[in-house]
Design a protein around this ligand. Structure first.
Ligand code: KOT
Length: 818
């Protein structure tokens, strides 16, 4: 009877209405239970990997409790929800962060030390989930931590790539890419949800019909892929709130399989199955460059469609939902243009599926969606060929055309016909017609934001000037806003540098600074406190020791801990100018070499560490890696200088490497050509750890300088407004090569770092310095194709002038840094 059912349910509810206790002994019991029953391990024989997995399951139990309670609370309160749509999440390891955020640090430490295990050894067993390329993906991960900590009801949506960012190996000084199957035997922090799946259609055609007095469009045929949810709980710090990162995995659709099996197309069914799974197989390893691959557009639509279906289903579940309320209840943030097909998909779901009128749907869509721009590099702007979109997403192309038609109509009314219309159209005309995703995003979004003050100004004046004009002409100046990036101090101070965290907490009297960074200003009261200075130096020393051990174990490099630690870690990119850094290292080496032994002893010892991955097809970036490795080899083996200058390329830079390197830095390099780095985020992490920035007037460096004081940074190089002029003058030959830079070029040309032993590398090195000098390359090392590609590159032709100016400024660093 239903009464009996009811009382059984009640019993079950009571059984489940219980929380796992968090004292050390209970943690130990929970750990033993998971080892024995969840992992089927015997008590006599388990590895550290088993221990890590069991400890992960202990945490997962607790994460599930707070995730479920948080979700129930959000539903009960009928709150407005935020959804972050991102193709990338560079989350890094979970375990240490989860322990800190769940307030389990002491219990875990006591529990595991009592069992003879060090927590750091457990943490080291975790694969570093790298479902992102660099800054953009890491920003998404920091935001998740911060939103949970602020108790904001916000979820992240993305793709559960089977293979994340490749692992970078170095062989003969060159990058080799190895697959990163991070899932391995399964990640204890994720929760598969086989019951949460959505169909996602590709290809097929649109049928028009007339039903109930209305014209209807129906997208039919093609292929259907299933999106299955994997939830990743994101606990907040100092709050019970736990949010969710929902990642979609592609699986073949049941419907398709049945069809195929009942026919004779077994082989086709297998191929389709593979094709479906390919969708979420691998992250595209390009940072700030667009590679117009069909599979990439499929990935984008796949996760956008599943996410919007999911969030609309949640909206519809609200008691007495009204479509009018959608913008009051749902805000969607698009992380760059990667998810901007959301504009068309939202329209399709509202108009075709929910049967709303076009105008109503458009108003709701525009109020719900927001777009963050992360780069002004033209090679990153996504433009999908109309032909591809028509085949893959025929209904979306129709919708985009309709959006564009109405938009152009409005523009014509305002400005009449003219070049402005072509500039503002979503469709780019030309030999290959294309859909400009950036334009679709700004037209479909409520707010558009840049990621640092200078970057937002550049977006207005250079990236979307016509659109900004339209906004101003329509009284909507605030459509484009600035939202300078940020980073989480929980991971980047508290977890990465526990000694510094302890200092702050001790001097400030509480951990409040971990949720309110303004509190750190109170440290100024101790500015001259010698006790603090002593503790601070001990903290740095400890971080350097950890770094030294890590470098020794990872790459057998020995460093002098009295040396100045100078770090540049970020994706390898010409605009980020790792090349300039290594040219400076060569210069310093040559200066040292010239000196007598006693003069050398007066030099500040320095260790220069450079790390970062190059996109697999990025030829010049890969040459730069090879050059750094070759230079390092010469310098580190030179008995005259190796005491005073060491240089190394640190392989496989990733979140966990950053957590060791950043706290140990004395200075770090953020030296992009002014106007090219949208924000940068590692600059913030270095500064938070008491490092000093060597940098250009670019991205968030400028705001950090205002915040911390001009005297806390070593700024050099030209400003953004000077770049165009320098570029023009350089082309007219107004910049003679500085003698010091010329000497560095000569040293490279002489074959010192490659020469006859490595003729190929020698050719490559010469080719990149020729490029700096605007020598059009008489070189033949890689055929004409390569040269054509090089001259087309966006790197300003003035780069030589630029480099020589900035290099000189580097050379002119204050004496104490030498
Ligand atoms: C663009 C296309 C594909 C993959 C990544 C990008 C990308 C990455 N665009 N911008 N970024 C970086 O985003 C960071 C977070 O806002 C910025 O700090 C950084 O300057 C950008 O280069």
């Amino acid at each position: 009877s239903s009464q009996e059912d009811g009382s059984r349910m009640e019993k079950l509810r009571q059984l489940m209405d219980h929380y796992e206790p968090n004292d050390p002994e209970s943690i130990q019991r929970s750990f033993a239970r998971h080892l024995e029953y969840s992992l089927a391990i015997t008590r006599f024989n388990f590895t550290m990997q088993d221990a890590y997995r069991a400890a992960g399951l202990v945490l997962r139990d607790r994460l599930l409790e707070s995730l479920n309670d948080t979700n129930a609370y959000y539903r009960e309160q009928d709150v407005k929800r935020g959804y972050y749509l991102s193709a990338e999440y560079l989350i890094g390891r979970h375990m240490q962060n989860a322990i800190a955020n769940l307030d389990l640090e002491q219990s875990f430490k006591d529990a595991f030390e009592d069992l003879g295990m060090k927590l750091e050894d457990l943490f080291a067993e975790e694969a570093d989930p790298a479902l992102g390329n660099g800054g953009l993906g890491r920003l998404a991960a920091c935001f998740l931590d911060s939103m949970a900590t602020l108790s904001l009801p916000c979820w992240g949506y993305g793709i559960r790539y089977s293979y994340g960012m490749f692992k970078q190996g170095i062989k003969d000084g060159r990058q080799v890419e190895e697959p990163d199957f991070w899932i391995g035997d399964g990640c204890p922090f994720e929760i598969p949800r086989p019951d949460v799946t959505y169909p996602v259609r590709f290809y097929g055609k649109v049928e028009e019909a007339y039903e109930n007095g209305k014209n209807i469009s129906r997208w039919v045929g093609g292929e259907i892929v299933q999106a299955m949810a994997y939830d990743n709980p994101i606990p907040g710090f100092d709050t019970y709130n736990t949010n969710n990162l929902r990642l979609w995995r592609a699986l073949p659709s049941q419907e398709f399989d049945l069809d195929a099996f009942s026919s004779a197309h077994f082989q086709d069914a297998i191929t389709q199955r593979r094709k479906a799974e390919d969708l979420s197989a691998v992250l595209y390893p390009n940072d700030a460059t667009y590679e117009g691959k069909e599979l990439r557009l499929r990935q984008q639509y796949f996760f956008v469609s599943a996410s919007l279906q999911d969030l609309l289903r949640e909206f519809i579940k609200r008691p007495n939902y009204k479509w009018e309320d959608l913008p009051e209840k749902v805000a969607v943030q698009m992380n760059d243009t990667h998810p901007t097909i959301a504009v068309a998909e939202m329209m399709r779901l509202l108009v075709d599926v929910q049967q709303l009128q076009w105008d109503r749907a458009w108003e709701l869509t525009r109020k719900c969606l927001n777009y963050t721009n992360h780069t002004v590099m033209p090679e990153a702007l996504e433009k999908w060929p109309v032909e591809m979109m028509e085949r893959m997403l025929p209904r979306h192309l129709q919708i985009i055309y309709q959006i564009n038609g109405i938009w152009i109509q409005k523009l014509l009314q305002r400005y009449g016909d003219g070049p402005l219309i072509a500039a503002l159209s979503i469709v780019e005309e030309g030999d290959v017609k294309k859909i400009r995703m950036g334009h679709l995003a700004i037209i479909g979004a409520n707010k558009i934001n840049g990621v640092a003050a200078i970057h937002t100004e550049i977006i207005k004046k250079e990236t979307f000037p016509e659109y900004y004009k339209w906004c101003c002409d329509n009284g909507e100046q605030n459509k484009i806003v600035n939202m300078t990036n940020g980073v989480t101090p929980r991971r980047w101070i508290h977890c990465a540098n526990p000694a510094l965290s302890e200092i702050f907490t001790k001097y400030l009297g509480s951990q409040e600074w971990l949720t309110d960074m303004n509190k750190l200003k109170d440290m100024l009261a101790y500015k001259e406190d010698s006790k603090l200075h002593e503790e601070w130096m001990a903290m740095k020393r400890g971080c350097k020791e950890k770094l030294a051990d890590w470098l020794k174990s990872k790459m057998n490099l020995e460093i002098d801990q009295d040396a100045l630690i100078d770090i540049q870690i970020k994706r390898i990119h010409e605009y980020k100018r790792q090349l300039m850094n290594i040219l400076f290292v060569i210069h310093r080496y040559m200066e040292l070499k010239k000196k007598s032994p006693s003069e050398r002893a007066a030099f500040q010892k320095r260790v220069v560490l450079i790390g970062g991955k190059a996109a697999s097809a990025y030829v010049n970036a890969k040459i730069i890696i090879k050059l750094i490795n070759n230079v390092a080899k010469v310098i580190n083996e030179d008995p005259d200088t190796k005491q005073y200058l060491k240089c190394a390329f640190v392989p496989n830079y990733c979140v966990s490497a950053a957590q060791v390197m950043i706290p140990a830095s004395d200075i770090s390099e953020h030296i992009s050509t002014a106007g090219t780095e949208a924000s940068g985020t590692s600059n913030m992490k270095f500064v938070m750890n008491g490092g000093l920035i060597v940098g250009t007037m670019d991205g968030a460096n400028i705001e950090i300088r205002e915040e911390c004081g001009h005297d806390t940074m070593f700024i050099f190089g030209c400003q953004e407004h000077e770049v165009a002029g320098i570029s023009a003058r350089a082309q007219e030959g107004h910049y003679p090569i500085d003698g010091r830079l010329q000497a560095v070029f000569d040293e490279i040309r002489s074959g010192k770092f490659a020469g006859q032993a490595e003729p190929e590398a020698q050719g490559e090195f010469e080719s990149i310095i020729n490029r700096l000098c605007n020598i059009r390359a008489a070189g033949t090392w890689d055929g004409d194709k390569q040269l054509v590609q090089q001259t087309k590159s966006r790197i300003p032709v003035d780069i030589f002038a630029h480099h020589s100016r900035t290099l000189c400024a580097c050379v002119d660093l204050p004496a104490w840094l030498r």
